[in-house]
Design a protein around this ligand. Structure first.
Ligand SMILES: Cc1cc2nc3c(=O)[nH]c(=O)nc-3n(C[C@H](O)[C@H](O)[C@H](O)COP(=O)(O)OP(=O)(O)OC[C@H]3O[C@@H](n4cnc5c(N)ncnc54)[C@H](O)[C@@H]3O)c2cc1C
Length: 469
């Protein structure tokens, strides 16, 4: 019989480092191709930034709350997994709110509301009529704020783009570069000359049955996103006699193999239960944050790895706030975002219980409040007491709720969301160069290829497609 230690010392086809959504989805798509995969994770649980909790009828997340069904493979993955249910946000919770003055206003969703909204100036409302005729930009490193100001006007930057980027990146439109941070938007202008013309042309493009799976609907999993992690983990471990996901794998070091054979061209050493273990493989895929790479890849020159490591991660504090009785009849929306020019101390409030069923006791609500980001990186260092006061103050000020919530949990993420700024081009080029120089080594994860959950699954799908044994 094989011992545990010998199970960890083996030859496999692909080793994946990190059991977050990227690592697990990559393993999933590789298993679909019948490849042998071992996933190494330093923590004692899988999921990485994805983690749901359930307490007294409240279901809440410490990391992502929702994704967007922007790629068919997201839907296909749920379909194959079977024992997790994909849920999409209710239509009645579609409304997005933006804070201006001393209250939330709905982001316009129709022509009359676009004309009447107080969010944008009259000058910019008229200006938008000229958007299809404005010439296209020629600065590839243009920031999202520069691009949006040029095409739409300053009030759209302040009251649409800025809060949107706070919601997605906890970032700053003056430093995020469009072609890296929002490549689809960048391509609309570059390929069609205008956002409006591009959106119309794209909507008219013929779509296959598979393309139609990408609906841009907001999704989660029934019972919270950890249900997806659990289903992926079970699927990857499967019924194989050997463990395919090894948690608690410490001090991982990847080294080129020494026997000259392609099948064993990589050696991955790690400590497990105090023992040194070694995996040999043809491929190694890292999906960890850039800050973990220098220790893991000691054979790569520091100067070369520094160009991958040039990444700043926005820190975020997320608070889960639960009310067990009807406290929020007027907040039946996806959520409310706060533009930075309004100088408030939170980034926004999401209402996952309005979007999905079974997230709060009957009639109650579970909210997610976001604080920090690139504009307030120090918040993550604040005491729980200060942060809780900040949450309660804003519940009162923004939503008019005076009573104490039945649930208040804080989650501090010191390195939450990578910021795709000007140096991203250098990072992507360095990654490509390393992958060319060291065949079989892939540097993946959200340091490239997008930060959203759908981007993670899409990258995993493409990586698995590129790997053949
Ligand atoms: C607070 C927050 C809110 C978010 N909200 C949303 C949202 O609403 N919608 C959305 O689409 N996206 C959101 N995101 C982004 C999204 O969650 C992430 O981009 C995605 O989950 C990252 O997955 P990953 O697998 O690439 O990285 P991770 O989840 O970070 O996984 C990496 C894994 O590698 C492991 N690891 C790290 N170092 C080592 C090492 N040295 N050895 C072994 N293992 C190691 C880690 O423990 C981890 O399990 C949010 C992120 C945060 C933090």
């Amino acid at each position: 019989m094989q011992t545990m230690a010998s199970q960890q010392n083996r030859q496999t086809q692909v080793v994946i480092i990190g059991a977050g959504l990227t690592g697990l989805s990559t393993a999933f798509f590789l298993k679909q191709k019948n490849l042998e995969v071992v996933v190494l994770e330093e923590k004692d649980r899988t999921g990485g930034q994805v983690q749901s909790f359930s307490e007294r009828g409240f279901v809440f997340e410490s990391g992502p709350n929702t994704g967007v069904l922007s790629y068919p493979e997201v839907v296909e993955m749920f379909q194959v997994l079977g024992d997790v249910e994909l849920t999409t946000a209710r239509e009645e919770a579609k409304k997005r709110l933006i804070w201006k003055g001393n209250r939330f206003h709905a982001l316009p969703a129709s022509l009359p509301s676009a004309v009447l909204t107080p969010l944008f100036t009259w000058k910019d409302k008229f200006r938008i009529l000229g958007e299809p005729f404005r010439s296209k930009g020629n600065n590839p490193d243009e920031t999202v704020a520069q691009l949006a100001a040029r095409r739409l006007g300053r009030s759209f930057v302040d009251y649409a783009v800025d809060p949107f980027l706070s919601g997605v990146y906890a970032g700053n439109p003056n430093t995020l570069v469009t072609r890296y941070a929002l490549p689809k938007l960048y391509n609309l202008e570059q390929n069609y000359g205008s956002f409006i013309k591009g959106s119309i042309a794209k909507a008219k493009e013929p779509k296959t049955e598979r393309d139609r799976l990408a609906t841009r609907k907001v999704f989660s999993a029934q019972g919270g996103l950890s249900a997806l992690v659990k289903a992926l983990t079970n699927h990857i471990n499967g019924k194989d006699s050997q463990q395919n996901i090894i948690t608690g794998a410490k001090e991982i070091r990847i080294k080129p193999g020494t026997d000259g054979l392609e099948t064993t061209r990589w050696r991955t050493e790690f400590i497990h239960n105090g023992e040194l273990c070694t995996l040999q493989s043809k491929y190694v895929i890292t999906t960890v944050g850039s800050y973990s790479l220098p220790d893991m890849l000691p054979f790569i020159e520091t100067e070369q790895l520094n160009r991958v490591n040039n990444l700043f991660y926005a820190p975020i504090v997320q608070a889960a706030v639960g009310y067990s009785e009807e406290a929020l009849p007027h907040f039946q929306a996806f959520g409310g975002l706060v533009p930075s020019c309004e100088q408030q101390d939170i980034l926004g409030i999401l209402n996952p219980s309005a979007c999905f069923g079974n997230r709060a006791p009957q009639g109650g609500s579970t909210l997610a409040v976001f604080m920090g980001g690139v504009r307030h990186p120090d918040y993550v260092q604040r005491s729980d007491r200060e942060l809780e006061e900040m949450v309660l103050r804003n519940m009162h000020r923004m939503l008019g709720i005076r009573k104490d919530p039945q649930l208040l949990r804080l989650f501090k993420h010191a390195q939450a969301i990578p910021q795709y700024e000007t140096n991203s081009g250098e990072r992507f080029a360095a990654i490509e160069q390393i992958e060319r120089q060291y065949p079989g080594l892939y540097l993946k994860g959200n340091l490239c290829g997008g930060i959203g959950m759908a981007d993670r699954i899409h990258q995993a799908y493409l990586t698995a497609q590129a790997i053949n044994v």
